[in-house]
Design a protein around this ligand. Structure first.
Ligand code: HEM
Length: 402
């Protein structure tokens, strides 16, 4: 049996990852944690894996699931269902286990199809050009505000059927809501709850409208969809739409920002981006992943890397570290858009594998070549503000000049 490593160094490394400096540059800390051991224990008892093999196993092993709601009370969250921000998360696909997960994922997958995403290509191209037109008319912009937020927000809104005039309000709402992914404190909840409630109320009104008058959008498909006599209840529908909506731009915004920074810091890679945008985006996702970790709870005793997780153990897989593990990738800290074997854990793995991966890829594959084609002088300007989160890696502001 292998040991779970607990030490002062482990505690210090994990604590530093939550500081401004650690969030700016977590990769050195990850490297040290990977060396220290396959499984380490944080001061709060969480078990952390940072190497590729163990992170992939944690993501894929069905004996490790999402924290069953009965255990939330032990985690100090007995009143979770009364907090809209937690209710919308813990009852969504991201928070549940089979058989509920299997049923809900089947119901949404048959409406949110690859064909539906591909059908968005022309609209996505138009939206990208419109946003670049605005950037081209100014000498400097905040890339997050001008491009990285509105693009995915517009694309997921287009898919769901949210009218253009209503979209801008959602950036702060979803950002406040998703803060619960990092830390559930009374202060975080005081902003997250009203935000989650506002998003849900908006989607409820949209669902009512589409029930009355269906259109071609995903909301109409979700309200009308029935499979083998089964359909989403109103509560499930609103939770699902809320998850798709929030997940639809919260993460993709950061793929666009992190990817832009990586591409601007490596101008020699520009030809490879134009030659194969799909491979380039795959490498950008590996190199600086927008989602840096995923969490699981042991549902039964499970042995990984010679360590047995006991039922109820909370496990966090640092996928952002796994994607830089030299055991899996040669020269992992080097951005190489032509890397042959670059499939990463950026979208997770197993039954919770990201449902929106084709959509995020579509946006980034069109966006990056188009940005550099139309704004060849694009460069970073001072004043970048990193997002205050270890789970979601990205920027709140990213000033650029043309
Ligand atoms: C670059 C962009 C994105 C990244 C890096 C990303 C990452 C992830 C990751 C790591 C997971 C797995 C979480 C876990 O295992 O606990 C996940 C799940 C999910 N993602 Fe994404 N995502 C992205 C974009 C999107 C988009 C555009 C959508 C929706 C339109 C979306 C919808 C979802 C949903 C619904 C799940 C839950 C699936 C389930 O639990 O069965 N994501 N995503």
């Amino acid at each position: 049996m292998a040991d779970i490593v607990e030490s002062r160094e482990v505690s210090a490394l994990i604590a530093e990852l939550s500081t401004v400096v650690g969030r700016e540059e977590p990769y050195g800390h990850y490297a040290r944690l990977r060396e220290i051991g396959a499984v380490v224990r944080a001061d709060d008892g969480t078990l952390i894996v940072t190497r590729w093999t163990e992170c992939a196993a944690v993501a894929r092993d069905h004996r490790l699931g999402k924290m069953p709601v009965e255990l939330l009370a032990h985690a100090g969250l007995a009143d979770w269902a009364e907090h809209p921000a937690l209710y919308g998360y813990f009852t969504s696909l991201l928070g549940i286990n089979p058989p509920d997960h299997t049923r809900l994922r089947r119901l949404v997958s048959s409406s949110f199809t690859a064909r539906r995403v591909q059908a968005l290509r022309p609209a996505t191209e138009r939206m990208i050009d419109d946003l670049i037109d605005v950037m081209a008319g100014r000498s400097s912009s905040d890339f997050v505000e001008a491009f990285a937020f509105p693009l995915p927000c517009n694309v997921i809104s287009e898919l769901l059927g949210i009218p253009a005039a209503d979209r801008a309000q959602f950036q702060h709402l979803v950002s406040d809501w998703s803060a619960v992914l990092d830390d559930i404190t009374p202060e975080v909840l005081s902003k997250a709850n009203p935000a989650a409630k506002a998003v849900r109320e908006y989607l409820a009104a949209l669902a009512t409208e589409r029930r009355r008058q269906p259109r071609e959008d995903l909301m109409s498909a979700l309200v009308g969809h029935e499979e083998a006599g089964d359909r989403l209840t109103e509560d499930e529908l609103l939770t699902m739409a809320g998850l798709l909506f929030a997940a639809g731009f919260e993460t993709t915004t950061n793929l666009l920002s992190n990817g832009l920074v990586a591409l601007l810091e490596h101008p020699e890679q520009r030809p490879a981006l134009f030659a194969d945008p799909a491979a380039a985006v795959q490498e950008l996702l590996r190199y600086d992943s927008p989602v840096q970790n995923i969490d699981r709870t042991a549902l039964e005793a499970t042995t990984i890397a010679g360590v047995t997780f006991q039922p109820g153990d909370r496990i966090v897989a640092y996928t952002g570290s796994a994607n830089r593990d030299p055991r899996r990738f040669s020269e992992p800290d080097r951005l190489d858009l032509k890397r042959a074997d670059n499939a990463s854990l950026a979208f997770g793995g197993g039954m919770h594998y990201c449902l929106g991966a084709p959509m995020a890829r579509l946006e980034a594959e069109i966006a990056f070549p188009r940005l550099f084609e139309r704004l060849p002088g694009l460069r970073l300007a001072p004043g970048a503000a990193r997002r205050d989160s270890l789970t979601i890696r990205g920027y709140d502001a990213l000033p650029v000049q043309n």
